[in-house]
Design a protein around this ligand. Structure first.
Ligand code: NAD
Length: 500
């Protein structure tokens, strides 16, 4: 069986073999049209057992465990090249499942390739350390893989998230079991095929499709899984973190956000408006770092709001694959219903819909899960729509009076993923950046991201940092090694506690 040749249901990947589960399936649906893409096989606890067993065996093989870094790097480079070659296929699969516009999906396929290239380079160049010794011995730190890593990903940017986990985990010498979101299973399966094509030994990259309650849970609870890397919602992350604590295994959690985007009165308002719009409406607001709480200094509040409403009205909503579409549907009909509940709660709590707040009209939108770019005003920082992550195209605008008021409001959130500051005053930019409780701060820009800069959240937005060199170390455990240069004299002989 192959991924390409089978029609129904789509198989998953265990030990280099494509396995189908005809009795238990779920549907991949196109949110732009409401049409079925394909049924997909659901992996159950038995499949998880088989995947973990194969990953455990593959990870322990000397051919993988002892693979020299430059050889491992070549496989990662090969994967990067194949991702470029099959970039359109990957982007299309993602677009058909999460509804993001073509240009964004293409950019994410490009970013996935860049991530593999980056970790190939890190793999080949990263060394171990000789640490300062306190006696006649050599002390070293070496870094070793955990063995079997479970990588669990969300639907909003699957290509980026999956590359961000697989590439460093493989570079670190692990075997990976990838469980993509049940909303977006297909691009992950193609990544599995690309891994085999690039020369990964069978079992080193398994891909299991299924939901969180069955497949994800079985994976996190499996005794053979030695580390979990999770990106998704805070509630799921908390449940996974608790299970990992019980099992005493390390976990990396990249979770939700409610990021403050801040505009001071001396800011370049034109530039800020463009960045605010991209920051919340790109990807229909389905970005963990979406700037969903907009704080505007009161003296420029009305002026900025007028500009914002005028520009947001011009956003071209449309089918994701139609040239010129700037915003597609949200990822599913259930997700749109959840967004609508937030709008109702905002109105009930005294908020005003300043733009959008409803589904668009027109025949082209009837079958898809579309929602208009929405701006809400008149809410306090305590309102439900301001406190909770909506994960849709909904911006809440709040005025502030001075820097102290701003910092207090911005930090009054359980989340702490990202923030943005617009000001011409560099001293204030520095002060506020240091005072914000977020893992990422953008100054006079927003949503600029580089694979070489560590990424992750404060507070309920997560634990651990992906990307950068530390993003590879995330998938390794350090080992201290002491090597005596004088075996007849033990170092503790030199301590005040006595002689050997
Ligand atoms: P989700 O938490 O519902 O699901 C994420 C993944 O976890 C899916 O694969 C799901 O099947 C699985 N899952 C759910 N419960 C599980 C459990 N108990 N055990 C094991 N697996 C489980 O999230 P979502 O709706 O797919 O994605 C949206 C969320 O992801 C948002 O909150 C967003 O902010 C967050 N996100 C965070 C980042 C980041 O880097 N911080 C990036 C992208 C998305």
């Amino acid at each position: 069986m192959s991924l390409q040749s089978t029609s129904s249901p789509k198989p998953f990947l265990i030990n280099g073999e494509w396995v189908s589960n005809a009795t238990d399936t779920f549907d991949s649906v196109n949110p732009a049209t409401g049409e079925l893409n394909c049924p997909v096989s659901m992996a159950n606890a038995h499949h998880v057992d088989a995947a973990v067993a194969s990953a455990k065996t593959a990870a322990a093989l000397p051919s993988w465990k002892g693979m020299l870094p430059h050889v491992r790097a070549q496989i990662l480079m090969h994967m990067a090249a194949l991702i470029v070659e099959r970039g359109d296929e990957l982007a299309r699969l993602q677009m058909m499942e999460n509804g993001k516009v073509w240009s964004e999906c293409k950019a994410q396929a490009g970013s996935a390739a860049a991530t593999f290239r980056y970790y190939a380079a890190v793999c080949e160049t990263l060394g171990a350390e000789i640490t300062p010794s306190r006696g006649n011995y050599l002390s070293m730190t070496s870094y070793e893989p955990y063995g079997v890593v479970a990588a669990i990903t969300p639907w909003n940017s699957p290509l980026t998230m999956e590359a961000q986990k697989i590439a460093p985990a493989l570079a670190a010498g692990n075997a990976v079991i990838l469980k993509p979101s049940e909303v977006t299973p297909s691009a992950a399966l193609l990544l599995g095929e690309i891994g085999l094509q690039a020369g990964l030994p069978p079992g080193i990259l398994n891909v299991l499709t299924g939901n969180g309650a069955i497949t994800g849970k079985a994976l996190v609870e499996h005794p053979g899984v030695r580390m979990v890397s999770f990106t998704g919602g805070t509630a799921s992350g908390r449940a996974i973190g608790m299970k990992a604590a019980e099992r005493m295994i390390p976990v990396a959690l990249e979770l939700g956000g409610k990021s403050p985007h801040i505009v001071f009165e001396d800011a370049n308002l034109e530039a800020a408006v463009k960045s605010i719009i991209d920051g919340i409406f790109e990807g229909s607001g389905q970005s963990c770092v979406a700037g969903s709480r907009l704080f505007v200094q009161r003296s420029v509040h009305d002026k900025l709001l007028d500009l914002l409403i005028a520009r947001s009205k011009a956003i071209k909503l449309g089918q994701p694959d139609v040239a010129g579409s700037e915003m597609g549907p949200v990822s599913s009909f259930a997700h749109r219903a959840r967004i609508e509940q937030f709008i109702e709660s905002a109105i009930a709590e005294g908020g005003k819909v300043l733009l959008g707040g409803k589904r668009p009209e027109g025949a082209e939108f009837e079958c898809g899960a579309y929602f208009l770019p929405t701006i809400l005003g008149g809410l306090s920082n305590q309102a439900t729509a301001v406190r909770e992550e909506i994960f849709g195209p909904v911006l809440c605008v709040l005025p502030f009076d001075d820097e102290a008021d701003l910092i207090a409001q911005a930090n009054d959130s359980v989340f702490g993923l990202a923030s943005g500051i617009w000001t011409a005053n560099y001293q204030r930019a520095w002060r506020v950046a240091r005072a914000l409780e977020t893992g990422l701060v953008w100054i006079n820009t927003y949503k600029q991201l580089s694979i070489s800069t560590p990424f992750g959240g404060f507070k309920d937005s997560g634990i651990g940092r992906e990307k950068g060199v530390t993003g590879l170390r995330l998938y390794q455990q350090s080992k201290g090694i002491y090597w005596s240069m004088d075996p007849d004299n033990f170092p503790h002989a030199e301590t005040p506690f006595g002689s050997a």
